[in-house]
Design a protein around this ligand. Structure first.
Ligand SMILES: [Zn+2]
Length: 440
């Protein structure tokens, strides 16, 4: 493949992205929201709920309009295919980059100018990030802009969306280049054991990102302010204190400029904690729902899920790097020369490394999802025990069906769900309620 062909493909990708962005149904936002609206209920409705958990769950589920279920099923199931499409497009982008030898050409030019290996490597890594992002851009615009608008989940017009996309791209190019440059030092110096050190470095890197993310990266995209409504804040802080979470304030952020989704998090590592909730949660849910959601988020913190993740992902990353090492060695022998890759420590081979890694992540999707989903089940249990808001929890999970299919099959849940199915979570809340029923 000629370099000219590469630039032609890149240009076509940008043109396609522009067409997709232009087609985004901004005005449909309102229409699809209305179709999916779940009618609110009164305290009397809740009081009249059957005591039997199955029947109470059915009463909650019956409030979902058929159109809403159809819409969220379509959105979520489409997401399954998107995972496959993203893999295929990513592999195709790697093929184009390797076969056009565009990075090999850049490397030769860089070497003529500078003898500094680390500088050349960093430039090649940054160039790879830019070029592959251009090739993947139509899919990004479709998935993260067009589709979110199609389902009435997004609020941003294209210009601010693009600005944020470029900002997040700039952040990832800086962080990614630093991280991958270090990986290439290991690839060169520790020829045989680099895959183990790669996994270790990835875990250290994830830890650093968890430390700096909430303070330095999140505020680039949203405005964080202390929650002023004491009626909302105090019950959250009371739950935090009751469970030994070292937080003395609750923050809100303006997610509604990007999305309609309700969300919150309690982040922090090594004894720090930040309790944060988004303005959609404040605007779209009641106090019992907020308490149930925040109880869940506090659960992640109290149950040390961050450390569980680092440990489990550490093991999965060692396996991943082992797979990548084997595949990389095999592919280099076969096609290394054709693609202009000199040895394993040559960043010209980066598209190959990324392709192999994305293949591993794709195959392991059910494993990663199950690791996360198990923690979510624990956080749900913690959330309901600490907030004691069974109906609040059920109501919040009913709202989450906006973007998560409510009632999947068992295998479907195992493969695709990183959270339990909404119907199961509502049932869990109703069972808790039945078993903690207090007669006044
Ligand atoms: Zn969670």
């Amino acid at each position: 493949m000629q370099k000219k062909t590469f630039w032609l493909i890149a240009l076509l990708a940008l043109a396609l992205a522009a067409v997709i962005a232009y087609m985004a149904p901004l005005s449909q936002n309102e229409i699809s929201r209305k179709v999916a609206e779940i009618a609110p209920v009164t305290d009397a409705w809740r009081a009249a709920l059957p005591r039997d958990p199955t029947a109470a769950t059915a009463a909650y589920m019956a409030r979902l309009p058929a159109a809403a279920t159809a819409r969220s099923d379509a959105y979520f199931e489409g997401g399954y295919w998107l995972q496959l499409i993203a893999l295929v497009v990513g592999l195709a982008a790697s093929c184009v980059l390797l076969n056009s030898r565009i990075l090999a050409g850049l490397r030769d030019k860089l070497e003529q100018r500078s003898g500094k290996r680390w500088l050349n490597n960093a430039a090649l890594i940054a160039a790879f990030t830019v070029l592959s992002s251009v090739l993947m851009f139509p899919l990004d615009v479709y998935q993260r802009y067009y589709r979110e608008h199609l389902y009435g989940l997004a609020n941003q017009s294209f210009e601010p969306w693009l600005k944020e996309f470029l900002l997040s791209f700039s952040v990832s190019i800086v962080i990614g280049t630093i991280f991958l440059s270090l990986i290439y030092v290991v690839l060169r110096r520790l020829v045989k054991t680099w895959w183990i050190w790669g996994a270790v470095m990835s875990v250290v890197f994830l830890t650093i990102m968890m430390l700096i993310g909430p303070t330095y990266i999140d505020p680039l995209f949203n405005h964080y302010t202390p929650l002023t409504d004491e009626k909302v804040k105090q019950p959250i802080l009371a739950m935090a204190r009751a469970n030994g979470v070292p937080a003395d304030n609750v923050y809100q952020f303006d997610a509604s400029k990007q999305t309609n989704r309700i969300s919150a998090n309690v982040s922090g590592i090594f004894g720090t904690a930040a309790v944060r909730l988004n303005d959609n949660l404040l605007k779209r849910t009641s106090q019992p729902e907020i308490e149930a959601v925040m109880g869940h988020e506090l659960g992640h913190y109290v149950l040390n899920h961050v450390y569980h993740f680092l440990l489990s992902f550490g093991v999965l990353l060692v396996l991943g790097f082992a797979f990548v090492k084997t595949g990389y060695g095999w592919a280099l022998q076969r096609w290394g020369q054709q693609w202009g890759i000199r040895d394993q420590a040559d960043p010209v081979g980066l598209p190959l490394l990324v392709a192999l890694f994305s293949l591993y992540l794709f195959v392991m999707t059910p494993v990663f999802n199950t690791v996360i989903r198990s923690s979510e089940v624990e956080a749900d249990a913690f959330g309901i025990n600490t907030s004691q808001q069974a109906d609040g929890m059920a109501e919040a999970h009913l709202k989450l069906t906006e973007y998560r299919k409510a009632n999947p099959g068992e295998l479907e849940e195992f493969v695709f769900y990183d959270h339990p199915a909404p119907k199961k979570r509502i049932f869990m809340a109703m069972r808790w309620k039945a078993e903690h029923w207090k007669t006044p």
